[in-house]
Design a protein around this ligand. Structure first.
Ligand SMILES: [Zn+2]
Length: 67
């Protein structure tokens, strides 16, 4: 399993503040606007905290037909 390179976590890029959520800086840092692709523990924790206060996205399954 070498899909993710150790030591290079993917951070969450906050489109509101235009910065990486956990505060790291530098061109070497990888970041994404897609929460599912984030591997940085600090960023994930921050995303979870924000989701609890103000959901960023509606659940994908909310538009599905009733079962
Ligand atoms: Zn991070």
């Amino acid at each position: 399993m070498e899909a993710v390179t150790p030591g290079t976590p993917v951070h969450f890029y906050d489109t509101r503040s235009h910065a990486i959520a956990c505060g790291v800086r530098g061109a070497d840092n990888r970041s994404t606007k897609h929460p599912r692709q984030v591997t940085c523990g600090a960023c994930i924790a921050l995303m979870a905290a924000r989701a609890g206060a103000a959901p960023m996205e509606a659940p994908a399954d909310s538009a599905g037909a009733p079962s």
